[in-house]
Design a protein around this ligand. Structure first.
Ligand SMILES: CC(C)(COP(=O)(O)OP(=O)(O)OC[C@H]1O[C@@H](n2cnc3c(N)ncnc32)[C@H](O)[C@@H]1OP(=O)(O)O)[C@@H](O)C(=O)NCCC(=O)NCCS
Length: 170
């Protein structure tokens, strides 16, 4: 990457809302059709899929983000996180990777189709299961089963998701 290349020149298939206000470091991959907001930093070695939206004021560290993901304004996606395809992450969500107990870093993993409510905190090493829903403002300290709805601090399962499945069925 040449120092003079703008993000738009490096990624012609990506829409930058304001490329002059976006920092994209070296060795980043971004798929076609992805959109990136203003004042967002994408750190080196991050991998972002196609058709994904990264909002403004986000801090995207070295992580893996899939296709058709939506990450809203002001999120911190920390190093080592995996976000699978079709995940929705509301505004001001913070992911964490260091328990501050002197052990190794452990990385959140968000499975396909999960929805994370605005302002939630996903603690180190937590796995959010496929199609799970995390209520706004939750502090998620334990793994969330696939399809479950969790809310609160600490987040607890409020529903196993069978009711939402039943609503969808004819
Ligand atoms: C969790 C959620 C899906 C529940 O929706 P719901 O089933 O319609 O819930 P209700 O509004 O009927 O509330 C049911 C109960 O859960 C509580 N509750 C709802 N959301 C909560 C939350 N995020 N945290 C803690 N408790 C919550 C309500 O206070 C209520 O408690 P009560 O029965 O003691 O009064 C929803 O409240 C939520 O947080 N959605 C995420 C919104 C968001 O972040 N969007 C991002 C894009 S803008």
């Amino acid at each position: 990457m040449s120092q003079s290349e703008t993000p738009e020149e490096r990624f012609p298939d990506v829409l930058f809302y304001n490329a002059s206000l976006t920092e994209v470091q070296e060795n980043v991959t971004i798929g076609p059709g992805t959109r990136v907001g203003s004042m967002t930093i994408i750190h080196k070695n991050a991998s972002i899929g196609s058709g994904t939206t990264i909002g403004s004021h986000c801090n995207i560290c070295e992580c893996v983000i899939g296709d058709n993901v939506s990450i809203q304004t002001g999120c911190h996606i920390t190093r080592g996180v995996t976000v699978e395809d079709d995940v929705f992450i509301g505004p001001q969500v913070v992911t964490l990777n260091d328990k501050l107990k002197g052990g190794p870093m452990v990385y959140p993993y968000i499975e396909r189709g999960a929805k994370i409510g605005g302002g939630s905190r996903i603690l180190p090493g937590v796995r959010v299961g496929a199609n799970a829903v995390v209520g706004a403002g939750s502090v998620v300290t334990r793994d969330v089963p696939p399809g479950a709805l969790v809310v609160g601090n600490p987040a607890r399962v409020r529903s196993d998701g069978q009711d939402r499945q039943a609503q969808k069925s004819p």
